[in-house]
Design a protein around this ligand. Structure first.
Ligand SMILES: [Zn+2]
Length: 452
C-alpha cells in the first residue's frame, strides 16, 4: 500500500486552527495531504485525493474526530525494575490505546535512570518493544537521593530529553541550581515535583475535611506553593526551561500566572485526577479501596480544583499529563494511609478529560482546547529539545502521529480492558463518553479497537 486515507472525519488541529470535516492522507509515514470538505453534511462528496485508489488503504472515520496523537510529558513505565507492574511493552500499549503517540518516562525505575548505561538500556528496550515514541527522563540526583548530581552529561548523550527526581522533590536548592544551570546550557527540560519534604512528610492527604474525617495528618497547600515559587526563582536565575509537574493548588496556579506575566519560559501540567477528583471523594469509597485515591501531591479541595480548571482554560496550566503510575493491587486496595501513591492514566485520559469539554456554557472549554492541552502544547514544549518543529500537529509533512476518537459511545470504565498491566485507578466504574478507535505512529497502526 502506498498510502492510508482517513475519510470523512472531523479534523481537529489547533496548531492550524482546523476544526472541519475532511480527509487526511498518510504517505511514507508522514501527513501528505489534508482536504477539507466543501459539504460538511455529506463529507465524502467533493473530495478526491488523487493517486491510484487501489494502492490506498481507506478507513471511513465519519462521525469520529481525527486529531494529532497525544503527548504525555509524565509517565512511569516501571521498566527496568518492576515487570509485574508494567513494562515498556505494556505501558506503551496502554499509551497507544489511549491515543498517545509520544511519552516521556520518569527516572524512578530500578535501577534509577541516573547514568548513560541505564538510559541506553531503556532506549534499547524501547527500540525492541515500544508501541509509541518514548523519551527517557534522567534523574537530577544520583539514586534520586538528593545528595549529588547524577551523570547529567552522560545521560544527555545517551538520549534523555529532560531531568527530574519526580516522586521526590530536590530539597537542596544548591544542587537544583547547579542542575538548572547545566540544563540551560544543554537544552534539557527540568521537570519539578513540587512538595516540600518537611511539610508533606507523613501527611499523605490534603489538609481539610477529609483529613479530619479520616484522622490522618494533612499537608498544607503551602507544601506545593513554596517549592513552586522556589523553582520559578531558580529558573529565572539560571535561564532553565522549567516544567512544573502535577500542579494541584490554587496558590501554585497564581504563582505560575505571575511568573508567565514576567515572561519566563516555564510550563505547567495538571493530571486528569487532580482536575476531576476532590479530596472529599476519598470518603465516598469503601475503606479498603480508599488507597486508590492516594496520589502525590494529594487530591485537593473544591476551591483548588476550580482554580486548576480555570488555569487550564486560560492556559496558565499549559497541558494535561497523566502521571501514569502503575502499582500492584495489594499496594493500592488498602486503607488510605497504607497505600502507595499514584494511579494509572494512559488508557483512559482522553475520555476522562472529554468530560471537561463544555462548548455550550459560558465557561467555554472546547474540544479543540483539550487537544491543544494534550497534544499541541506538549509538542511545542518538547519539539525544540528534540530538534523537531512539527510535533503535536497535523501539518502536511509532519510525522503521521495521529489518533482517531469516536465521541459517540457511552461506556463504563472496566479494568479488564486496560492494556496497562496494573489496574490502580478509582475511575473504574465511572461512566464516560467517547473512545479512541485508532492510533497511528509514523503512519503505522499502533492501535486499533476491535469491533464487537
Ligand atoms: Zn511527581
Amino acid at each position: 500500500m502506498s498510502g492510508i486515507l482517513l475519510r470523512g472525519g472531523q479534523i481537529v488541529d489547533p496548531s492550524q486552527n482546523i476544526h472541519r470535516v475532511g480527509n487526511l492522507l498518510i504517505r511514507e509515514g508522514k501527513i501528505a495531504r489534508i482536504e477539507i470538505s466543501p459539504h460538511p453534511a455529506s463529507p465524502s462528496s467533493g473530495l478526491s485525493l488523487g493517486g491510484d485508489p487501489s494502492q490506498i488503504a481507506v478507513y471511513d472515520v465519519s462521525g469520529s474526530i481525527i486529531l494529532p496523537g497525544l503527548i504525555d510529558l509524565h509517565t512511569h513505565l516501571r521498566d527496568p525494575g518492576d515487570p509485574e507492574k508494567e513494562t515498556i511493552a505494556t505501558g506503551t500499549a496502554a499509551a497507544a490505546a489511549g491515543g498517545y503517540t509520544t511519552i516521556l518516562c520518569m527516572a524512578n525505575t530500578d535501577p534509577v535512570n541516573d547514568s548513560a548505561k541505564v538510559t541506553r538500556t531503556i532506549l534499547d528496550r524501547c527500540n525492541r518493544s515500544a508501541k509509541v515514541k518514548v523519551h527517557p527522563v534522567g534523574a537530577i540526583t544520583r539514586g534520586l537521593a538528593g545528595k549529588e548530581l547524577a551523570d547529567l552529561d552522560g545521560m544527555r548523550e545517551g538520549g534523555i530529553v529532560a531531568i527530574s527526581d519526580d516522586g521526590e522533590t530536590v530539597a537542596n536548592a544548591d544542587l537544583l541550581y547547579r542542575a538548572m544551570k547545566w540544563a540551560a546550557s544543554s537544552h534539557t527540560l527540568v521537570i519539578s515535583h513540587c512538595e516540600d519534604p518537611d511539610l508533606s512528610r507523613n501527611r499523605p492527604i490534603h489538609q481539610g475535611e477529609s483529613a479530619l474525617n479520616l484522622g490522618i495528618d494533612g499537608a498544607s497547600p503551602l507544601a506545593e506553593s513554596l517549592m513552586v515559587e522556589r523553582d520559578i526563582l531558580l529558573a529565572e536565575a539560571t535561564g532553565a526551561w522549567l516544567h512544573l509537574a502535577h500542579i494541584s493548588t490554587a496558590a501554585a496556579v497564581n504563582l505560575i500566572r505571575r511568573a508567565k506575566e514576567r515572561g519566563l519560559s516555564i510550563s505547567a501540567e495538571a493530571t486528569p485526577h487532580h482536575l476531576l477528583l476532590k479530596d472529599e471523594d476519598i470518603l465516598t469509597a469503601a475503606k479498603e479501596r480508599q488507597g486508590l485515591f492516594r496520589v502525590a501531591p494529594p487530591l485537593r479541595s473544591r476551591f483548588d480544583v476550580a482554580a486548576l480548571k480555570k488555569g487550564l482554560r486560560e492556559g496558565t496550566i499549559d497541558m494535561i499529563a497523566t502521571d501514569h503510575a502503575p502499582h500492584l493491587e495489594q499496594e493500592k486496595n488498602l486503607p488510605f494511609s497504607s497505600a502507595k501513591p499514584g494511579m494509572i492514566g494512559l488508557d483512559i485520559a482522553l475520555p476522562l478529560c472529554y468530560q471537561l469539554v463544555d462548548e455550550q456554557k459560558n465557561s467555554n472549554f472546547t474540544f479543540s482546547q483539550l487537544v491543544e492541552r494534550m497534544a499541541a502544547t506538549p509538542g511545542k514544549r518538547l519539539g525544540p529539545i528534540l530538534g523537531q518543529s512539527s510535533l503535536g500537529t497535523l501539518k502536511v509533512g509532519a510525522p503521521a502521529d495521529i489518533a482517531v476518537f469516536d465521541p459517540r459511545p457511552e461506556w463504563v470504565i472496566d479494568s479488564n480492558h486496560f492494556f496497562s498491566r496494573s489496574k490502580n485507578t478509582p475511575f473504574v466504574g465511572r461512566k464516560v463518553q467517547g473512545r479512541i478507535t485508532m492510533t497511528f505512529v509514523d503512519g503505522k497502526l499502533a492501535y486499533q479497537r476491535m469491533q464487537k
